[in-house]
Design a protein around this ligand. Structure first.
Ligand code: ZN
Length: 397
């Protein structure tokens, strides 16, 4: 017994153990008081030594040898002599109904598991644990947002499957979520950047986003000095849409035939999307067989390969050469389905080719964060509210 009570005392600075109220196998209750002689008045900052009365505050602490520990803090109500007002003393070891060290442990556990699991482990309510997590995430986010961010990643994600969108902002150098703001509009991103302030914005050298016109407008208004680069995966998806359009046309068979689609072409649809340099010999052979029957599909596939080359190139010069080769294929008129791709490229060429000059930023961190958010959302059964989602995003990055 003495040892457990002693550990309470040793663990908590500025706390004196008054006695043991209950020492049972299933719980330990210890009465404690502050050793601070003259707490400061919150109204006038004068130290006060006049005690008006004392009230018991129950504070949960870390378990000792598997036993839940409750501290009964004899909290003093002081009278401030200079200003005459009464106030309840504060104590650095206590945060509301928990000791500061228990609160820290709960947050650490919630990071590794879910809020639910952390609540169960510490026998605390979900609301209490969640509010600790949200408060902690707020402090962390504040600190992250004050630091300089050289590479800013902007991406939208949906909460509640496609019904509501949030804009996720990530420091691309550290992979840390800086904020998640509601909506995916120009106003949403502009408001975030305005709140970050002019100095912070000036520190951003590269910003990576998807091909949203709303983001583009906000970025050119607030981060006009930075290099705006399009997220590589989004661009590749655009490029792939050209090949998909050609493939759909090629695989179609005349009315009335069965099956309606050429099964060989249809079955090759995923293989077609793979980057040429990642195919093995057998996969290449399968594709060649399909191409022998459908030269237009081969042309489309070659065209997409050159567009991949924009990113495989070592530098801007190499990218422009790949683009030249793409233009040669497109110029033959065999693959008019790529006209949308060409239009999109022309509208965004600066942000696409800028990837090389921006040091070829990886969008890995934000993709990773997005995957993580999907997992979090599933864990929350699709009903994650936005504040909790942001807290979890910050907590886990
Ligand atoms: Zn006072």
């Amino acid at each position: 017994m003495a040892r457990d009570v002693m550990s309470v005392r040793l663990w908590l600075p500025l706390v004196r153990v008054l006695g043991v109220a209950a020492d049972l196998p299933e719980r330990l209750v210890v009465r404690v008081a502050s050793t601070v002689g003259h707490p400061k008045c919150p109204h006038c900052s004068a130290p006060s030594g006049r005690v008006h009365d004392r009230r018991d505050n129950k504070v949960r602490d870390l378990e000792v040898s598997g036993r839940p520990v409750t501290l009964v803090w004899e909290r003093r109500r002081m009278v401030c002599e200079p200003c005459g007002r009464r106030f309840c003393e504060d104590h650095p070891a206590f945060e509301g109904r928990l000791t500061a060290r228990l609160a820290r442990r709960v947050v650490a556990d919630a990071r590794a598991m879910t809020v639910n699991a952390a609540a169960r482990r510490h026998r605390l309510g979900w609301d209490l644990v969640n509010s600790l997590v949200v408060a902690w995430a707020g402090l962390v986010a504040d600190r992250r947002r004050r630091r300089r961010c050289r590479l800013l990643l902007v991406e939208e994600t949906s909460i509640r499957k496609r019904h509501r969108y949030v804009t996720v902002l990530v420091n691309g150098d550290t992979g840390e979520v800086l904020a998640m703001v509601p909506h995916r509009s120009q106003a949403a991103l502009t408001a975030f950047l305005a709140a970050q302030g002019h100095r912070w914005c000036r520190g951003v050298k590269v910003v990576v986003s998807d091909g949203s016109a709303a983001y583009k407008a906000a970025i050119s208004a607030k981060l006009g000095h930075a290099r705006h680069v399009l997220d590589r995966f989004h661009v590749i998806r655009w490029f792939q849409s050209g090949l998909t359009a050609v493939r759909r046309d090629v695989q179609r068979r005349p009315e009335g035939s069965k099956p309606r689609f050429d099964p060989d072409v249809f079955r090759a649809r995923f293989l077609l999307m793979r980057r040429p340099d990642t195919l093995d010999a057998a996969e290449r052979e399968r594709l060649d067989a399909v191409f022998a029957a459908h030269p237009r599909l081969k042309a489309a596939w070659d065209a997409l390969g050159e567009l991949h080359g924009l990113y495989l190139a070592k530098n801007r010069k190499g990218a422009l050469e790949a683009l030249d080769r793409f233009a040669d294929i497109y110029g033959t008129g065999q693959i008019p389905e790529f006209s949308d791709v060409v239009d999109t490229f022309l509208a965004w060429h600066e942000q696409i080719l800028g990837w090389h000059q921006a040091g070829q930023p990886s969008n890995g961190p934000i993709e990773g964060t997005n995957n993580l958010l999907q997992v979090l959302r599933r864990k929350a059964h699709g009903s994650a509210n936005y504040t909790n989602l942001e807290a979890r995003g910050i907590l886990t990055t």
